[in-house]
Design a protein around this ligand. Structure first.
Ligand SMILES: [Zn+2]
Length: 345
């Protein structure tokens, strides 16, 4: 089995931890389990765009998101595990309280993973629309555990300002805007736990994406048993606040959603921050894709020098970047509704 271990070794070097760019493709051991159902696709034709009306987020949204991110980072490490960090449970309380302030009821789903014996909590908040079908806006709230690793380089004070806090902060800042928006779709905000890999390196998908996998399983059960509302589409915000913002074209994401998001970026005058580079990245959208839900990951991972580094700090985030992503998401939303709701007006 020498060749197998050589391949594994190469993957361990190339691939990263959870949320990482998984450059290997079908046939590689790293893809052997959960992630084999869908291969990465090719980039969209950036000349074939849809004309969309730009929707501007409220002027203070970026600043509000930035304030949330600052609060979260000040809580320290925010991950579960055998002994969850102090910041972990404080963050859950903060998310719940902020949603409540926006007039949205937060529901926690807590479970213990039987193999890892780790307890996780997802948070869901539903903003009713004219229709019961849902469009999911999501992020992960856990931060990478950067202590207790064999390699000393992987033990440091990790703030998780962009990788973790930025997505949570932006969803929290978007919540009141979505409440006031009176959209056709019911919007579900999802804050996933356990996105990050339990090991430092990407170790197959078996030890990562705990929250999104759990959610999709529960959702499918509910759909089958009680006819729970369908999820029409899913958007994931992960690492969306870097000063030098570059949201890559993530190639597992549904091509039509990529076209709509890039069209939205273009309509808002933000295209320079989107899709300059294209690369697949395994993330919380994959369990949704695996059950046929159109999904897109807005992620700034490719060539990001701060990813899983001590420099992923609040100083490297920017309110302007968070505002840009908010504009694009709000501009894309009506187009996504038109495209994916089963009975569009
Ligand atoms: Zn990460």
């Amino acid at each position: 089995m020498r060749s197998t271990s050589l391949i594994f070794g190469a993957i361990a070097v190339l691939a990263a931890c959870f949320g990482a760019s998984l450059k290997s493709r079908s046939g590689d051991p790293a893809n052997a389990n959960y992630l084999q159902k869908q291969d990465a696709e090719t980039p969209i034709d950036q000349k074939k765009l849809v004309v969309l009306e730009a929707v501007r987020a409220p002027q203070d949204l970026g600043e509000r998101a930035m304030a949330h991110a600052r609060t979260l980072v000040n809580l320290g490490p925010r991950h579960s595990g055998a002994v969850p960090t102090e910041g972990y449970s404080k963050q859950l309380d903060f998310i719940t309280a902020e949603l409540k302030r926006s007039g949205v009821n937060a529901v926690r789903d807590t479970w213990t993973d039987r193999r890892e014996l780790v307890t996780f909590t997802n948070i869901s908040a539903v903003i009713p629309g004219k229709r019961s079908e849902r469009i999911v806006f999501s992020c992960h709230h856990d931060t990478k555990c950067a202590k207790g690793h064999k390699d000393t380089e992987h033990n440091f004070a990790f703030a998780g300002a962009n990788d973790g806090a930025s997505g949570v902060a932006l969803l929290l800042a978007l919540a009141p805007v979505l409440v006031q928006g009176k959209h056709d779709a019911t919007i579900e905000l999802l804050f996933f736990d356990g996105e990050e890999s339990m090991d430092w390196d990407w170790n197959n998908a078996a030890r990562a994406l705990f929250g999104s996998k759990h959610f999709v399983e529960q959702h499918r059960d509910a759909e089958l048993k009680s006819g729970a509302p369908k999820i029409a589409a899913m958007l994931l915000l992960d690492m969306v606040g870097r000063k030098d913002l570059h949201i890559q074209e993530e190639l597992y994401s549904t091509a039509r959603l990529r076209t709509l998001v890039f069209s939205a970026a273009h309509s808002c005058g933000h295209a320079t921050h989107f899709f300059r580079g294209a690369e697949a990245a395994s993330d919380d959208h994959r369990p949704f894709l695996d059950v046929g839900i159109p999904s897109i990951d807005l992620i700034d991972l490719k060539d990001n020098p701060h990813w899983h580094k001590p420099t992923d700090t609040i100083d490297n985030l920017s309110a302007v970047s968070l505002q840009i992503v908010a504009d694009v998401v709000l501009t894309a939303l009506p187009a996504i509704e038109r495209e994916y709701l089963l009975d569009p007006r």
